[in-house]
Write a protein that binds this ligand. Structure first.
Ligand code: NAD
Length: 264
């Protein structure tokens, strides 16, 4: 049994992850950490019977009192910056999907993992369909290099553009030369109308109730467009990837990123 703790256990992702860990063979939910819900039974929070796991808001206390093999972190960037190094320094492996950190910051945490003989896994998107969307988009860019990204998320999301959008842009950028898109003379009548820019590609972030996580990558060519779209219509879409990472993360030292690197 792999003993699993969840950071951000009271959040939208955290609750779904706790439910999946409880249901998953080979994993045992032993700890729940959040900045809220001190002392609350995690079972009551997720609507499932879980014996003896109360939400803890003091991470140091939790790490000193509970034996954990793998910590899953879905919080916010500022919390992750503080908490994940503490967990790694205890020799506990980390699976994280928290977005908003730079690749350099994650690499730094990977070093801490290595120094403490443990490991960390990060994916900007744990849904298999999103992994395929990024893979196909990177491939399409070789033949249709003019691209724009539209990502659509629920209106509680803090960072923009999404981690998935940034990863997608980086993967496309590996397969095309940086270039300006649109007219040299173009101008915005409303600031931001053309979106953010990444090596000449534009990225647009939609925030509306109703969405979980969706993304379109639109390629334009002579007389044609190609749209590659992925929709996570529920948070369940992320769970198989997160459970897989929780089972595999103790198999290496340091940082490993992207779901495709742990899929058989
Ligand atoms: N990689 C993926 O596939 C994927 C998918 C969905 C969401 N996400 C990311 O997961 C993260 C969480 O998303 P969410 O929708 O569940 O958000 P949420 O706001 O519902 O949950 C975040 C939880 O973290 C807790 N938290 C915040 N600061 C904390 C701190 N300092 N210490 C302890 N707990 C703290 C909050 O109390 C909350 O319960 C975000 O970064 C989001 O972008 C990643």
């Amino acid at each position: 049994m792999i003993r699993v703790g969840v950071m951000g256990a009271g959040g939208r992702m955290g609750r779904e992850i706790c439910r999946s860990v409880v249901a998953e063979e080979g994993l045992e939910l032993v700890a729940a950490f959040d900045r809220s819900y001190q002392g609350m039974e995690i079972g009551a929070l997720i609507g499932m019977p879980v014996e003896g796991v109360l939400v803890e808001t003091d991470l140091d206390k939790l790490l000193d009192t509970v034996e954990i093999d793998v910590m899953i972190d879905f919080t916010v960037a500022d919390a992750m910056r503080v908490n994940v190094p503490k967990v790694l320094k205890k020799g506990i492996a980390v699976v994280t999907g928290t977005t908003g950190l730079s690749p350099e910051e994650r690499a730094e945490m990977g070093k801490i993992a290595e120094e403490n003989n443990t490991s960390m896994f990060h994916a900007a998107n744990f849904a298999i369909g999103a992994v395929l969307m990024m893979k196909f988009a990177a491939e399409a860019a070789k033949y249709m290099p003019y691209a724009e990204v539209i990502e659509l998320h629920h209106d509680k999301k803090l960072d923009a553009p999404s981690g998935t959008a940034v990863t997608t842009l980086a993967k496309i950028a590996e397969n095309r030369a940086p270039m300006r898109q649109g007219m040299e003379e173009e101008y915005e009548k409303i600031p931001g109308a053309r979106g953010g820019e990444y090596e000449g590609m534009r990225v647009h972030s939609v925030r509306l109730p109703g969405f979980v996580a969706s993304q379109e990558v639109i390629f334009g060519g002579l007389g044609q467009t190609l749209t590659i779209r992925h929709d996570s219509i529920s948070r369940e879409s992320f769970m198989p990837g997160i459970m897989l990472a929780a089972k595999k993360v103790q198999g290496w030292k340091g940082l490993l990123e992207d779901l495709e690197n742990i899929m058989d």
